[in-house]
Design a protein around this ligand. Structure first.
Ligand code: BJW
Ligand code: ZN
Length: 252
């Protein structure tokens, strides 16, 4: 016990991972911050003076599809040249390292996939997919910017971003797979999320109450930091490569 207390957080986190075979990672906007993608909350997290809670809703889209599309079109333009950072890269390498490794993200960018991660559980959809409000057809579309807003489907219906807005259900199969993984994992790494948006944040509560060790990687304490056994307080792009090194030292 005394040793555990004197060990630094990085060593303790590496020790937890070294002993684990079932690892889950839950990411949020902060994991992409060092790629130049703005987070939602805090400084700069506004669109035309509105908090995200007022723009990312079906009601806002119904009232003013052009305003909502300007928000998404601008984000797509900003995202297109962004590249994965060292945090995404470490997580992509870890899918080979553990017997079971599940990566669930709230992010709608594709930076985990761009780094090489496969089978990522996208809890809040993808900004690179659109869905028709009339015929419901959904497809990938990487046009950025769209030549005219709001974009329309070949059937004439209004297209919308295939993301999950407030008040909308998460894709049931994705959420269920993530919930099962959170119940079964031995270690849950929570990276770059404020953990205020549900049901996604519930994954942390489920994992912790099922006995998993929670490691939080975030320069600031999240709303669920109290559930973490270890906190790595720094940017993910620095903390995860250091954790990977500490893990290599323990297992070599
Ligand atoms: C770094 C860093 C660095 C910085 N390194 N870290 C219970 C109570 C009250 C309300 C609810 C409840 N349960 C559900 C609700 C309602 C609502 C909700 O949760 N509201 C709360 C805000 C109060 N939830 C919903 O409406 C959900 N749907 C639902 O519940 O449906 C029920 C239903 C069932 C059946 C039928 C119908 C309905 C849907 C939620 C959808 C969220 N959508 C968004 C937008 C997605 C599209 C888009 O991108 O535009 O998802 S909102 C936005 O928040 C986005 C994010 O994925 C999500 C989470 O944000 P995230 O990732 O945590 O980002 P930030 O900015 O908050 O935090 C960044 C963090 O990074 C910070 O901690 C920084 O410190 C850190 N950081 N730099 C590491 N370098
Ligand atoms: Zn259509």
């Amino acid at each position: 016990m005394t040793t555990m207390i004197t060990l630094d957080s990085m060593t303790r986190a590496a020790e937890l991972l070294a002993r684990a075979s079932r690892v889950m990672v839950f990411t949020g906007a902060g994991v992409s911050a060092e790629s130049g993608v703005p987070t939602f909350r805090g400084a700069g997290g506004l669109w035309e003076g509105h908090p995200v809670e007022q723009v990312a809703t079906p009601e806002a889209f119904a009232a003013d599809p052009l305003m909502v599309w300007r928000f998404y079109d601008q984000r797509r333009v900003n995202l297109a040249p962004r590249r994965p950072n060292p945090a995404h890269q470490v997580l992509a390498r870890w899918q080979e390292r553990f017997a079971s490794f599940v990566l669930a993200t709230q992010n709608v960018d594709s930076l985990h996939e761009d780094a090489g991660s496969r089978g990522v559980l996208h809890l809040h959809g993808s900004i690179w997919r659109v869905r028709c409000c009339r015929c419901q057809e959904e497809r990938e579309d990487r046009t950025a910017p769209f030549p005219a807003l709001p974009p329309r489907c070949s059937c004439g219906g209004l297209l919308r971003p295939a993301v999950v807005w407030f008040g909308e259900p998460l894709p049931m199969d994705v959420l269920e797979t993530a919930m099962v993984a959170s119940e079964r994992c031995e270690v849950l790494l929570v990276v770059g999320t404020s953990a205020v948006v549900y049901p996604a944040a519930g994954l942390v509560e489920v994992a912790a109450s099922a006995g998993a060790s929670v490691i939080e990687v975030n320069p600031q304490a999240s709303a669920l930091a109290w559930l973490a056994s270890v906190a790595l307080r720094g940017p993910a792009g620095e903390m995860l490569p250091r954790l990977e090194e500490a893990l290599a030292e323990r297992t070599s």
